[in-house]
Design a protein. Sequence first.
Lengths: 261, 261
Amino acid sequence: MNQYSETSPREVRELIRRDVITGQTSGMCAGFAQANLVILPKEQAFDFLLFAQRNPKPCPILEVTDAGSRLLRFIAKHADIATDIPKYRVYEHGVLTGEYPNIEKFWRDDLVSFLIGCSFSFELELLKAGVPVRNIEENRNVPMYITNTPCESAGIFHGTMVVSMRPVPSRLIAKAVTATAAMPKVHGAPVHVGNPEDIGIRDINRPDFGESVTINPGEIPVFWACGVTPQVALMAAKPAFAITHAPGHMFILDLKNEELK
Amino acid sequence: MNQYSETSPREVRELIRRDVITGQTSGMCAGFAQANLVILPKEQAFDFLLFAQRNPKPCPILEVTDAGSRLLRFIAKHADIATDIPKYRVYEHGVLTGEYPNIEKFWRDDLVSFLIGCSFSFELELLKAGVPVRNIEENRNVPMYITNTPCESAGIFHGTMVVSMRPVPSRLIAKAVTATAAMPKVHGAPVHVGNPEDIGIRDINRPDFGESVTINPGEIPVFWACGVTPQVALMAAKPAFAITHAPGHMFILDLKNEELK
């Protein structure tokens, strides 16, 4: 049990802001949703918002800030996007130039922040529906794969879809589909069920990101669109300047997972 | 019956392009969806897309073009957004400066086109569900009202929500809600049922746009978010340059209404 599992999102964000919390956010503020972060100059923000609009399954937008505003308006109150994530990554021309506990010194009046839904939120719904979540059982990062399914491009942003995989017993596939279909703001229904090679995955035991998990006899791999997709599109586009969260170091919302339905 | 009710969208768009068709599109290409149009320079396009993202009920985006592209990619094939609408309106600094059968001479490399869902599409679903649509019965434009419900602002775009109203017998209210809730790309479920004054409507018989319709005893006014909302926000923002469709002169999609579910 995480020591901050029963702490409120606002308190945890304050501890993050004061650098009391500097590690991964998994397990904090039980029941509350967490989000991925991408920050871009307004110059590229239209293309990125359009990429998300054209690819809503891998890029479900929870909030977009006004240019230059560090404050969120919708998914969290009294939150400062430049300080309230434990670890940030700064990229220049597609190259990681550093990791930082806050990005106040990088802030500019033209920066736009995108908060993007994360599959953490639907794993709880799967458990509630009686569907096992293997990566939680095995205490691993969910396995993620780069597929050959093209995203719709938008301006400088293009790429193929990244998916996360959870093995599901045949009799529970329908439950896994319906439970997640009800949550379009956190990737929604699976994009593929079974046959990894159909979407260009050569070896299910060698994920491109995260860690592999056990697939038991009688279980079928189920694939959901993954929020790493826009991160990969961002790396490929190599904009002059971009900031993201560091993997696992997420933004914690004031909204509960079920409020993202 | 409109003489083009059984003609394909592609053929009707070609007749519009050749100025054979110059009038309103209501009743053309039966079963196919129609859309509102807003064109803005890329300079304002991010704010407008963000306004739509923050206000999805009045501004359901069906397609956004790449800057400078006259061709649509998703909702219609071989369509030219600069010629395939019967009548356009050009605005400069919020002032209507002219109506034109095409906008080829105004085209610029920085223009972005927004195609926005229209309540024409869900009226058919209401009829299928056995819910009468008074404005169709009385052959009038649907009544629309400016409410006091604020939209979420985005950059230069702000305003209150505009709603359309259809009177529904009490026993059919639930059907009207569920039939339209299934179509989030064309405004979705009603935003208000009954009590017009709750949303700032003083006189239900004096709509701000369109024409009033008969409300029979036992019928309750039902209000849906309306695609005129972004047009009103556009007028209030007074961007240096903007183009819209002329009222009733819509873009006809290759997609059927039920495909917008």
